[in-house]
Design a protein around this ligand. Structure first.
Ligand SMILES: *Cc1c(COP(=O)(O)O)cnc(C)c1O
Length: 220
């Protein structure tokens, strides 16, 4: 599917849901994609990209940022505290804040670096043991902690369990955000971004539908 087709489908989903045109930002998830595919999408005018590994992003994005104006880079994968300083320098948004220790590290480093990306808290809505994210019941406390640290908290993010109906998870995330007075909802991927938009997504993270399948050998 082409970038244009995805943008058309997003616009249609906005309309169907009674959302304002442009209410939803498309994050093109470029992890593990060959550089020429990423470059082609940049040339088509896409400027917001998502990566899930700090190291991989640090390898490919400084050069693209030199060559294309207005690139906005979002970290959508887990962040270890020892990579937090590098992440603050590289990313414009981090979607995976999921523990108080990381929030405190980001607050300290942001102070030292004089800049802080916009932050989303990742919520493990399916309460899956192997998955990152704060549990739904612990979300309010982590929001409060981020606010106490004066961090630029933009919203919540989730990755629904593969086997479950994603809408239930999107609805839960929307409820948690609303009760915490947060506007940002990072939810919806290639297979389910339209239902995420119906339930209030402000940022959809779409990879394979734009770039094609990722090589199976590489972990997502
Ligand atoms: C890889 C990834 C995506 C994109 O997934 P697709 O199914 O390829 O659209 C979205 N969000 C996160 C957190 C990812 O790791």
């Amino acid at each position: 599917m082409s970038l244009e087709e995805i943008k058309t489908r997003i616009a249609e989903a906005e309309r169907t849901a009674g959302r304002a045109p442009g209410a939803v930002k498309l994050i093109a998830v470029s992890k593990v994609q060959p550089l020429e595919r990423v470059e082609a999408v940049l040339e088509q005018g896409q400027r917001i990209f998502g990566e899930n590994r700090v190291q991989e992003a640090a390898g490919k994005w400084p050069d693209f940022k030199d060559r294309f104006d207005g690139v906005e880079l979002h970290l959508i994968g887990p962040l270890q505290s020892n990579k937090a300083r590098q992440a603050i320098g590289l990313f414009d948004a981090i979607h995976t804040v999921d523990r108080p220790k990381l929030a405190r590290a980001l607050a300290r480093l942001a102070q030292e670096e004089g800049r802080c990306p916009g932050l989303f808290i990742q919520v493990n809505t399916g309460e899956e043991p192997q998955k990152a994210g704060v549990l739904p019941d612990d979300t309010d406390a982590l929001v409060a902690e981020c606010r106490a640290l004066d961090l630029p908290l933009r919203g919540l993010m989730c990755i629904p369990p593969v086997e479950e109906e994603p809408s239930l998870h999107f609805a839960l995330l929307a409820k948690l955000a609303a009760r915490n007075g947060l506007d940002g909802l990072s939810m919806g991927m290639s297979g389910d971004f339209e239902s995420a938009i119906a339930l209030g997504a402000t940022h959809v993270r779409v990879g394979s539908a734009i770039f094609g399948e990722r090589s199976a050998a590489v972990p997502s």
